[in-house]
Ligand binder design. Structure first.
Ligand code: SF4
Length: 252
């Protein structure tokens, strides 16, 4: 087994399938909420999962809009950002503006090593030649730690973004993390998202005004439409957080 294969072993046991009662409930709510507005979806999730509900955001425009909705229906929800150490300063600035506008203090979740320690350990930045490993170490592993003990998480994915995301549902089981996943903007298109953000003066990343549509870490993001600016020049379009790994649509 290669070193890479060894280090991609999950750090915690995962529940690949939900209990039958939960699976039935997810199916029922996915149908019931399919055309519901985001506040109704988030309101249901907050009531259903209570303090077991959390949200990860990279301060993309969708995440910022969800924080706007969340501030109205469940402002005490714990929200966190995967602070890889490679994010743009402009991204972290959105965190301050969200706090000022909505009073939501987004927690920064960091990997176990600093960027300097990580690059020393690997003889340089891994994002250049092994981005999957870098995303795994600096996003997926911290995310698993961050959601330990929680039962549901909110994400800002939209169906039109990638083929993987088009297979998502408003409420679904996320086998990758053993959680119920809530996707309140799944059926929204980009125009609708931006229209809402402008109408309600939702804080957003200033890089969007400079040609970046989808913003990840600084070394792996260039200006571009959709997710084309992510990992420019590579086939990679997902960091691994929203990739479906199980058949039957159990995860995304
Ligand atoms: S997006 Fe790039 S820098 Fe960020 S974790 Fe992934 S590979 Fe590393």
């Amino acid at each position: 087994m290669t070193r890479e294969a060894l280090t991609l072993v999950s750090p915690m046991p995962l529940r690949a399938e939900p209990a039958p009662e939960l699976a039935a409930e997810i199916e029922e709510q996915a149908i019931r909420l399919d055309q519901a507005d985001p506040e109704a979806i988030l309101g249901w999730a907050s009531e259903r999962f209570g303090s077991g509900l959390t949200m990860a955001t990279a301060f993309g425009v969708e995440g910022c809009l969800i924080l706007h909705f969340l501030s109205r229906v469940a402002p005490k929800t714990r929200v966190f950002n995967l602070d890889t150490g490679y994010q743009f300063a402009e991204t972290l600035d959105v965190r301050n503006r969200i706090r000022e506008k909505y009073g939501i203090d987004v927690e920064l979740v960091q990997p176990s090593t600093t960027v300097a320690e990580y690059e020393t350990e690997h003889g340089g930045p891994l994002h250049r030649h092994r981005p999957d490993q870098c995303c795994y170490d600096r996003k997926v592993v911290p995310l698993r730690r961050a959601v330990a003990g929680y039962t549901a998480w909110i994400s800002g994915i939209r169906a039109e973004e990638t083929d993987q995301r088009s297979r998502g549902r408003i409420i679904q089981w996320d086998a990758k993390f053993g959680l119920t996943k809530i996707n309140p903007l799944l059926n929204w298109n980009r125009k609708r998202v931006w229209s809402a953000v402008i109408s309600w003066n939702v804080p957003y990343n200033s890089l969007h005004d400079r040609g970046y549509e989808s913003i990840g870490c600084e070394p792996c993001t260039v200006p571009g439409a959709g997710r084309e600016g992510r990992w420019g020049g590579m086939a990679k379009k997902e960091c691994g957080l929203h990739v479906q790994e199980h058949e039957q649509g159990s995860g995304i």
